[in-house]
Design a protein around this ligand. Sequence first.
Ligand SMILES: *[C@@H]1O[C@H](CO)[C@@H](O)[C@H](O)[C@H]1NC(C)=O
Ligand SMILES: *[C@@H]1O[C@H](CO)[C@@H](O)[C@H](O)[C@H]1NC(C)=O
Ligand SMILES: *[C@@H]1O[C@H](CO)[C@@H](O)[C@H](O)[C@H]1NC(C)=O
Length: 395
Amino acid sequence: MLLKAFSTIVSLLPAALLLQMAPAAAVPIMGPVTIYTPPSDYTNERTLYARAIQLEHQKSDEAESDNYSMPYLQDNGLILSTWENYSPANEGLTYFPIYSSSNNGKKWNNYSSVHDQVNGVGLKYQPDLYELPRDIGSFKQGTILLAGNSIPRDLSTTQIDLYASTDKGKTWKFISHIANGGVALPNNGETPVWEPRLMEYNGKLICYYSDQRDPKYGQKMVHQITSDLYNWGPVVDDVTSPVYDHRPGMPIVAHLPNGQYIMTYEFYGAPETAFAVYYKLSDDPTTFGSKQGQVIRSQDGTVPVGSPFVVWTPAGPDDNGTLVVSASSNSEVFLNSKLGAADAWVKVATDSPPAYTRAELVLKDSKRVALIAGGQLGKGPTNSVTWTTIDIPRK
Ligand SMILES: *[C@@H]1O[C@H](CO)[C@@H](O)[C@H](O)[C@H]1NC(C)=O
Ligand SMILES: *[C@@H]1O[C@H](CO)[C@@H](O)[C@H](O)[C@H]1NC(C)=O
Ligand SMILES: *[C@@H]1O[C@H](CO)[C@@H](O)[C@H](O)[C@H]1NC(C)=O
């Protein structure tokens, strides 16, 4: 409601004033725009688990990156999206498609794809895209990374691998194995690894993921760190529960303007409800393990459930900006303009469909947030990949 009311007010303001308060107002609230509709010969889920990044660290056109009046952004501004793509067996091994948009999500093109180059089984689940904000090892700022789960069609193994592109996502090269595990089934006692999420910190790269290999826990959440993208350090716990059956999972981390980091996750075992969305705050994104988790409960009493995502945007009522949390239970998002304070979560409507692990992206030129939805579990025939932007109320 809040968002829709705000956009109505904006549309009534004179154009000159609009430009002064927010150059981004030139980009209309939009969507859902369809990125990809899977054909009917796709298997079970057809599409799921969409992700997107907008390039901002390319050197080629730095000067243009802040030019809000350019309708078609090149390089910096280019948006890349990927998802779990359930292509039919007769088309060979599964892979991650890369679609692109050079006009802030209005139109999408089949741009490239990432194929398994080393395991001979395909790239099946949980892709994550990331653009290096600075050099790491021999990899330059602006390198595009993709971490994803290499799993055969019979689900017999899991392998989180890292791929890199030095040409804005056009071509890809295998870089390293991050973690490997057993059968790709989310049952206690199995030993898969799941859901990688990349983030640079202090000149190193962190990979957060969910881990069922430790016999003490049905599932826990962990991270590993590399300083060269090839060699990965030890597995460090981020979220565990003393009860074996509990399953914290699906880590996403965002950086707050007070220097803190927030990690959101779903928590099977939460007293509120199964898979309630929880979060931890930490001054250091490598020490979530010692921090206490807490539930997200919006001021109207809603507890979001399942496959959360979090971003921080500078848009908001003051310099605290706004945290934006999505969960699969809701089309709405949960905003917090008080740096994650427990009593400050507000549920607001969006035009985006809910989705299993719906991704969020803060648009660089506009301070708007895009919601990228790949469909819901068990809804294969109606799943597609969509893009919807929302406007965050701001100062
Ligand atoms: C922004 O881009 C437009 C369109 O290419 C160009 O005409 C204009 O000079 C640019 N402005 C700046 C400040 O670079
Ligand atoms: C993108 O285009 C390539 C080459 O034509 C094709 O093989 C691939 O299936 C397309 N991707 C998707 C997701 O349809
Ligand atoms: C930012 O949030 C903190 C925590 O709620 C609050 O104490 C502070 O006043 C806020 N800052 C501004 C500028 O409103």
